[in-house]
Design a binder for this molecule. Structure first.
Ligand SMILES: O=P(O)(O)OC[C@H]1O[C@H](OP(=O)(O)OP(=O)(O)O)[C@H](O)[C@@H]1O
Ligand code: HPA
Ligand SMILES: [Mg+2]
Length: 179
């Protein structure tokens, strides 16, 4: 295990099993349409890559990068588009793929944006959900694992841009934050 990790919260085996389970559900859900699967950069990249390979119907992929932090360390509450979609969502069934829902601000903004842009449907699949972090009302259609109110890293999630490549989700040792 990576030396900076205090404990593993979700193992790679658990992630793989959940991804297969979601893939089967989404295959059924989107069998009569061609969904636009939208990954939110950068955290969603590993989950998106694994999940789409379990969805056995035609689909399109696109990515969006949003920021609610600006130059500040704490969320301003205001979400800004850093990179928009290349695809028009009008009339499309949109599936947003996220690594985590924490305050809920990022996804609330995106759901409202896609509805404003006249998507036919907007659904959310997230690997992790941290309900105690919520600042706005927002629920995922599919949430893989509940996590406690701790800062988690791995499988897309970063601390200062590191640890995204870990194949599991874990909690960092205190000394990593302190140093
Ligand atoms: O529910 P919220 O409080 O809005 O937090 C969740 C968002 O925050 C993280 O992204 P971040 O802005 O750190 O970008 P990153 O994915 O590039 O790390 C995470 O990947 C979600 O997109
Ligand atoms: O717990 C977290 N870890 C990493 N990135 C995050 N973005 C929101 N919550 C988290
Ligand atoms: Mg981040």
């Amino acid at each position: 295990m990576e030396k900076d990790i205090k404990k593993v919260l979700v193992s790679r085996e658990e992630i793989a099993q959940k991804t297969q389970e979601f893939g089967a559900i989404l295959t059924e859900e989107y069998k009569d349409t061609m969904p636009l699967v939208v990954g939110i950069l950068k955290g969603a990249v590993p989950f998106m890559a694994d999940l789409v390979r379990e969805i056995k119907v035609p689909l399109e992929m696109d990515f969006m990068d949003v920021s609610s932090y600006g130059d500040a360390l704490v969320s301003s509450g205001e979400v800004k588009i850093v990179k928009d979609l290349n695809t028009n969502v009008m009339g499309r069934d949109v599936l947003i793929v996220e690594d985590i829902i924490d305050s809920g601000r990022t996804l609330k903004y995106l759901v409202e944006l896609f509805i404003y842009r006249q998507a036919k449907s907007v659904k959310i699949v997230t690997l992790l959900d941290k309900p105690e972090g919520r600042a706005v009302e927002l629920e995922a259609d599919y949430a893989g694992f509940l996590v406690p109110n701790e800062f988690v890293v791995g499988y897309g999630l970063d601390y200062k841009e590191n640890y995204r490549h870990l194949p599991y989700v874990g909690v960092l040792k205190e000394e990593v934050y302190e140093s």
